[in-house]
Design a protein around this ligand. Structure first.
Ligand code: GRF
Length: 196
């Protein structure tokens, strides 16, 4: 079976990207990361990709006049690389409906909560964990889902819960959730590339 061409979109540290790279190099995923696209120059995830010989493209949102132009750049790169699966791994730009439609059913995202809790516009990164702690939930977790034209509203693929401790801070909860992300994102990609 030919390897699925995977594009990974990042904005920062890239620990989820690293989990994918490790999983692919460990032989668990029938895929190849053909490009890593970052919307921020200097994102550490770019270094992670370069260390593994993966092509990187920076489409710095600060250098693009509009979100629409940035999305046109993203679509151009994805098309020219013939990407077959697009993974949003800590990617903070909202994809336009044109991009989502052009790659319908081929874009997945990892979100650091149990969707439909603590998701949607403005809830990303540490803000998610702060909201969960402030609400007083006893469990949180991570979700991998398909991306549709909404925000964090596409079909759920995998979820896994973690306990929220009395003395948790957004940072300690984030670290616990991130461990889950690093497991369920590669597993979701494995299942998709195996056709299951
Ligand atoms: C993660 O919590 C992810 O869920 C969120 O961005 C955070 C950073 O991810 N979308 P990474 O270390 O850049 O992969």
């Amino acid at each position: 079976m030919s390897k699925v061409k995977i594009a990974v979109l990042i904005s920062g540290n890239g620990s989820n990207l690293q989990a994918l790279i490790d999983s692919i190099e460990g032989g668990y995923i029938n895929g190849e990361i053909i490009v890593v696209i970052s919307d921020r120059r200097g994102a550490y995830g770019l270094e992670r990709a370069e260390k593994h010989g993966i092509m990187t493209v920076v489409l710095d949102k600060k250098e693009y006049g509009s979100n629409e132009d940035l999305n046109k750049g993203i679509q151009y790169v994805l098309r020219s690389m013939n990407a077959e699966l697009i993974v949003l791994a800590g990617f903070l730009t909202i994809l336009s409906s044109n991009v989502v439609k052009a790659f319908e059913g081929k874009i997945i995202n990892v979100h650091p909560s149990l969707i439909p809790a603590f998701c949607g516009a403005g809830l990303y990164g540490q803000r998610v964990h702060k909201a969960a702690i402030e609400y007083g939930v006893k469990v949180s977790g991570a979700t991998v889902h398909f991306v549709d034209e909404g925000t964090d509203t596409g079909k759920i693929i995998l979820q896994e819960a973690v306990p929220v401790m009395e003395n948790d801070t957004p940072e300690t909860l984030a670290a616990r959730v991130l461990e889950v992300e690093h497991r369920i994102l590669p597993e979701a990609v494995r299942r998709i590339t195996q056709g299951s």
